[in-house]
Design a protein around this ligand. Structure first.
Ligand code: NAD
Length: 433
């Protein structure tokens, strides 16, 4: 098949490379000349494990092509995926500006014959119907177009694996032609198939992200009780998770969820609720606990640091990505700067993106050891594997005071006591030296 992706971010580029790797001819349309030139040369722009190699392999095989021009790609495509961003507007609503802008361009370039347009971007219920109306309005008379919602569930950091092995492939459409074409395209991909209508497909995506956010906020909510009573959150959740009706997966207490999806999708679902006349207290609570989790860690830092020179390990919203959108680190750093802190930071992939926000307000390091030199406290905000068995003796020697605030519970308190640190984590008794 010949397929096109509009958007070359974490969803568009990864999925495009995977489908090219299966032998399809794949076009990727962008809107920035400089980025398209970099992609043509094999630079994926974003960091995602294995992506550079997959991109370069498929460029060499002449299966993936990058362009700014719809005319090059759309007329020959069987399936066109919309994979542009749908960020939050100020009021929390999902911004659909890019989705409608690209849909109009797709529609105008459709050829005689049949094309399936499939929306991978996360969009509110009803959007695909609006896209359908738009495409019908702008398409040439002799072109036939069918619309499908094919929401994406990949996890940044595991995106290639997840694209090949999703738990489920959702295809929402009222057209058999669209469903058949997408079913055929996904044939080499593992996972259960769910064939459904447009609105259900759209809501499946929001429901999944709202549930994931709920699990994290629930764990954090319980951690507040632990901190007030001396209970240990990991012991509590491990025991609770043994109940098969509940389980333990994704109930990790910490500094809260972040990233480009969970926060914005929770906000968008709340906003949809308001429009639909639904009481959103439940999701308001999920969002509020997330905000409290960030503040909780911040307050511990403000209360227990001995001076204002500190270091941070981990800036990205989770490990194995360079994505810092809505990351807890951004909030914590902004607040600490307001309080006059001098901050040195280290991350394995997020430094370049962090510089775009904080420029010279921070000192950036390329070593997890150098960053802690002379600092009065270390704050851990991302659970990169590299921190889990790091030489803590060396860290302690370099620091002015052996004080750690761990927003991800990556160490055992007992171990930190033996290593001679004061140690504040989430929902567990602090270790005070
Ligand atoms: N990142 C994830 O983990 C993930 C997972 C599942 C679903 N999603 C959803 O998929 C969608 C894309 O997410 P992402 O993380 O890949 O976003 P992203 O910001 O990484 O990439 C968006 C892409 O869209 C392009 N774009 C924006 N406006 C455009 C326009 N007018 N014309 C052409 N290209 C344009 C950008 O250049 C960029 O390449 C969003 O709706 C997101 O909610 C993301």
């Amino acid at each position: 098949m010949t397929i096109t992706f509009i958007g070359h971010g974490y969803v568009g580029l990864v999925t495009a490379c995977v489908f090219a790797d299966f032998g399809n001819k794949v076009w990727v349309i962008g809107h920035t000349k400089e980025k398209i030139e970099r992609l043509k040369k094999g630079d994926p722009i974003i960091y995602e494990p294995g992506l550079k190699e997959l991109l370069q392999k498929n460029l060499k095989e002449n299966r993936i092509h990058f362009t700014l021009d719809y005319e090059n790609a759309i007329p020959e495509s069987d399936i066109v995926f919309i994979a542009v961003g749908t960020p939050s507007k100020k009021n929390g609503e999902a911004s659909l500006d890019s989705v409608f802008e690209v849909a109009e361009k797709i529609g105008k370039h459709l050829k005689k014959g049949t094309t399936v347009v499939s929306c991978k971007s996360t969009v509110p219920m009803g959007t695909n119907n609006k896209l359908k109306a738009l495409l019908f309005r702008v398409k040439p008379k002799n072109a036939e177009v069918f619309i499908a919602s094919c929401p994406e569930f990949l996890r940044e950091g595991n995106a290639i694996y997840d694209t090949l092995n999703p738990d489920r492939v959702i295809i929402g459409s009222d057209s058999k032609k669209a469903t058949d074409a997408l079913t055929e395209l996904h044939r080499p991909i593992n996972g259960k198939r769910v064939i459904t209508d447009l609105a259900s497909a759209e809501l499946i995506k929001y429901t999944s992200n709202a549930m994931l956010a709920t699990k994290i906020s629930f764990a954090n909510f319980i951690s507040f009780y632990c901190e007030k009573t001396g209970a240990d959150v990991e012991t509590v959740l491990n025991a609770v998770g043994l109940d098969k009706r509940i389980g333990r997966i994704f109930m990790d207490p910490g500094v809260g969820y972040g990233g480009s999806c969970l926060p914005k999708d929770v906000r968008a679902l709340i906003k949809m609720g308001h429009t639909l006349g639904i009481d959103t207290q439940f999701l308001d609570g999920v969002k509020s606990v997330n905000e409290q989790s960030r503040k909780n860690l911040l307050n511990k830092i403000l209360k227990h640091t001995r001076d204002k020179t500190i270091s941070i390990w981990g800036l990205t919203f989770k490990p194995n990505t360079d994505d810092i959108r809505d990351a807890p680190s951004v909030f914590v750093i902004q607040e600490l700067l307001k309080h006059g802190y001098t901050i040195s930071v280290y991350d394995l992939a997020g430094i370049a993106n962090m510089r775009k926000i904080f420029a010279d307000q921070l000192t950036y390091h390329v070593s997890p050891y150098e960053v802690v030199r002379n600092s009065s406290a270390l704050v851990i905000l991302t659970e990169w594997n590299d921190f889990k068995q790091i030489d803590l003796k060396k860290v302690k020697k370099l620091m002015r005071y052996p004080l750690i605030f761990d927003g991800r519970n990556i160490y055992e308190p007992k171990m930190m006591k033996e290593a001679g640190f004061s140690y504040f984590s989430v929902g567990r008794k602090p270790i005070l030296k």
